[in-house]
Write a protein that binds this ligand. Structure first.
Ligand code: CO
Length: 134
């Protein structure tokens, strides 16, 4: 069902500092920061040869990553995103097995403009999982 690792998302308190770290210290290719008000985040992508790192900073007061950063003040790994071919088929197979989908249970449009769903971390080894249809 799951295919490639699309990205690893890291929540950070200061996206400029995090971008500088990945670009200047680690020597990676880093995109410009983009505000995504609908998602409550500012995002930068670090493009690696085999996957991406998504740096996330809260945007606005109701950002979904504020509580995570309150618990992890230096930042931390927030979620993993796996690619799937058919997100509805994947969701239906997972819910039959008792796995919990967050929110309405219907796909939303993610940071890449593609349908995504999030799966409950308690069902997946303590890790928030994003599925993205590619
Ligand atoms: Co993501």
């Amino acid at each position: 069902m799951i295919e490639k690792l699309n990205h690893v998302a890291i929540a950070v308190p200061d996206i400029e500092k995090a971008s500088d770290l990945y670009r200047d210290v680690l020597g990676a290719e880093v995109t410009e920061a983009v505000d995504l008000p609908d998602h409550g985040v500012t995002v930068v992508f670090v493009n690696l040869q085999n996957t991406k790192i998504e740096l996330l900073q809260p945007f606005g007061d109701s950002s979904p990553i504020i509580s995570f950063l309150n618990k992890n003040s230096a930042g931390g790994v927030h979620h993993l995103c796996y690619e799937v071919k058919d997100i509805i088929a994947a969701r239906d197979k997972l819910t039959v097995k008792g796995m919990r989908v967050l929110g309405s249970g219907n796909p939303a449009t993610g940071a890449h403009g593609k349908p995504v769903l999030f799966l409950h971390p308690r069902d997946f080894c303590g890790t928030l999982i994003e599925l993205e249809q590619v």
